[in-house]
Design a protein around this ligand. Structure first.
Ligand SMILES: *Cc1c(COP(=O)(O)O)cnc(C)c1O
Length: 355
């Protein structure tokens, strides 16, 4: 069975990064958040292009992800790991010159007591209550932290995709209250915070989803196309049913294409209860019946040709539109796509083709 193809437009990716970078002052750095294998698009395929485009700081969730970024781009960039510092990860952090983001008092203490000369960052909690030092915890450790000269001090906004949410200004106030006057490099904004404007941008913005073409960066260029091979084409008569549960019944003589991907490819079953199309040469064909593990059925009656493949993600049906039909968000859509796709990278200067 031929693999589905996930095509990543590196020019769109780097263009989105540049567009986000242009929203902040020249003195504000725009870093790339590449956790979860670059939001499912592949660290090895995307990070070198971002690095060539000018990204000099990368953020990951896990130490092993940070190691993979180091291996993809070489020594000449700062790579942060949100998972912090522990005895278990210390050796990797040191060997690969990674910057742990210390987000709990124990992490700060363990790191400082280990006496490692490597750079580190500190995350503060300004109201999200997920990660980071609370104001009192920070106050108790402040002198020791300042003495060790953190490379960056950061916090994360809970509601930045809702510009009018009162928690944005509350978190901004809390962050300034904890960090004003300390003379440290500061970062508060992810994609949503970057879009909230200069007050939120400080010295470094940590952009993720916007680079990959997702909301809330409405001006983003689409980065991802997913094309799924057609396995079979068949005609069904009025009254015949299709797929599990016989859930869809033909109301007209229907030409069906069965395509080679399903919920095991992150095309979650919930999307068959929404209004999802698959595309051939720009023509939308409705998904019909239940999504199976490895198969989806599509009504191609209105096509004037026999398609070899159908697209489920493209510039028309973007990650956010598809996610919305499945009751989820673009972030989850992208990171769920999984390992069965043939990832193909196009554009990005010299980096054409699969790495
Ligand atoms: C994921 C994440 C980001 C990036 O967020 P986007 O909304 O994808 O831009 C930034 N900072 C932290 C702490 C994160 O967890």
């Amino acid at each position: 069975m031929p693999a589905s193809t996930l095509t990543i437009d590196l020019n769109a990716l780097t263009g989105n990064w540049r567009a986000l970078d242009a929203l902040s002052a020249a003195s504000t750095e725009t870093a790339a958040v590449v956790k979860a294998d670059a939001y499912g698009l592949g660290v090895a395929g995307t990070c070198p292009a971002l690095h060539r485009a000018g990204v000099s700081s990368f953020f990951t969730a896990l130490t092993q992800e940070a190691v993979a970024v180091r291996q993809a781009i070489g020594q000449d960039a700062d790579i942060y790991s949100f998972s912090g510092y522990s005895a278990r990860t210390a050796a990797d952090l040191k060997q690969h010159n990674l910057i742990p983001v210390l987000s709990a008092p124990e992490h700060v203490q363990d790191f400082l007591e280990a006496g490692s000369p490597q750079p580190f960052a500190v995350q503060l909690d300004t109201g999200m209550n997920r990660m980071g030092l609370e104001p009192a915890e920070f106050a108790a450790l402040k002198e020791r932290i300042l003495g060790a000269k953190p490379a960056l001090i950061l916090s994360h906004l809970a509601c930045a995709d809702e510009p009018d949410h009162p928690q944005n200004t509350a978190q901004l106030r809390a962050f300034k209250g904890m960090t004003d006057g300390l003379g440290l490099r500061r970062s508060l904004a992810a994609t949503g915070g970057t879009l909230l404007g200069p007050e939120y941008q400080f010295d470094l913005c940590r952009t993720g989803i916007g680079m990959y073409g997702g909301a809330p960066f409405a001006a983003a260029s689409p980065v991802v196309t997913v094309s799924i091979p057609v396995l079979q084409i068949r005609d069904v008569a009025v009254g015949e049913s299709v797929g599990y549960g016989a859930a869809w019944v033909a109301k007209r003589p229907t030409r069906l294409a069965t395509i080679a991907a399903g919920y095991a490819d992150g095309l979650i079953r919930a999307m068959c209860f929404g209004n999802v199309s698959l595309f051939s040469k720009g023509t939308a064909c409705p998904m019909v019946g239940r999504v199976s593990m490895d198969l989806i059925t599509v009504d191609i009656t209105d096509l004037d040709h026999r398609p070899e493949a159908l697209e489920i993600l493209n510039a028309t049906q973007t990650v956010d539109k598809l996610a919305d039909q499945a009751g989820t968000i673009g972030y989850e859509m992208l990171t769920s796509l999984g390992g069965r796709y043939n990832r193909v990278y196009v554009g990005g200067q010299s980096n054409t083709g699969t790495p």
